[in-house]
Ligand binder design. Structure first.
Ligand code: NDP
Length: 232
């Protein structure tokens, strides 16, 4: 029997690498997305026999990536994990260029990758898409739970757009058996967030749960790593 397949973007380090590791350990063939082939190959070597390198810059999805999608055949799981935070400025001190760069990776990248790999996902019997979002994108939490200082405006609004895209993709693909959900991984000790944070593996387990959802699982939801709902 053919093994199930997954693609994780930005899987050469951080949370993405942990997600790739856990999916590979669960027996899936995992395409390790990395914009740097050397970094990506290093991760593939570490993750073992179920890992495959896929050189993929989410800001520059090209015909070659659609051809890669064809070669993969059926894709069961897409994890849109790659993301950047360029600065922590509030909107009053942000420049448009920082918004543009952030949106290129965090928002346009999700649309470009998802649409390039949709034909492969449509060949799966139970396609799953997981968008890695952030609790910082929650408008409800921004006023109630986090310091309401307007910080990290480009990043937070980009992830709010990812949340909206999650709902809209879930609606658009509902009739085709897709489950499309977003995960707020919580603060994790990675290069992006070196000052506070827990084990990325814990967040990865939350993503893997969404990646392997049964047919009666939710779609169009935003949840934390432990499965608890995050308010929009
Ligand atoms: P890291 O900075 O450790 O990893 C980010 C990953 O994204 C790297 O693999 C990086 O590749 C990749 N990436 C960035 N830009 C591109 C691009 N254009 N094309 C392909 N890959 C790209 O961050 P985390 O692991 O912490 O973040 C993973 C996800 O989790 C992100 O979406 C982030 O927003 C989200 N998140 C993280 C939290 C945290 O506390 N860490 C909290 C909430 C959400 P490269 O090595 O080439 O730069």
């Amino acid at each position: 029997m053919n093994k199930r397949t997954a693609l994780v973007t930005g899987a050469n380090r951080g949370i993405g690498k942990e997600i790739a590791r856990q999916l590979a350990d669960a027996g899936l063939i995992v395409h390790v997305g990395s914009r740097d082939p050397v970094d990506g190959q290093r991760a593939v070597d570490e993750l073992g026999e179920n890992a495959r390198l896929l050189v993929l810059d989410v800001t520059n999805v090209a015909d070659a990536d659609s051809e890669a999608a064809e070669r993969i055949g059926a894709l069961d799981v897409l994890i849109n994990n790659a993301g950047i935070m360029t600065d922590t400025a509030p909107p009053t001190e942000s420049d448009v260029e920082s918004f543009r760069r952030t949106y290129e990776a965090n928002v346009f990248g999700v649309v470009a990758v998802t649409n390039a790999f949709l034909p492969a996902l449509r060949r799966s019997a139970s396609p799953r898409i997981v968008n890695i979002s952030s609790g910082l994108a929650s408008l409800a939490w921004s006023t109630a739970r986090f310091p309401a200082d307007g910080a990290s405006a480009a990043y937070r609004t980009s992830k709010a757009a990812v949340n909206a895209l999650t709902v809209l993709y879930a609606q658009a693909l509902a009739g085709e058996g897709f489950k499309v959900n977003a995960l707020g991984p919580g603060p994790r000790a990675t290069a992006m967030n070196s000052f506070v944070g827990g084990d990325p593996a814990e967040a990865a387990a939350g993503a893997v749960r969404l990646a392997l959802l049964p047919e009666d699982g939710p779609t169009g939801s935003l949840v934390a790593w432990d499965g608890s709902p995050i308010p929009w």
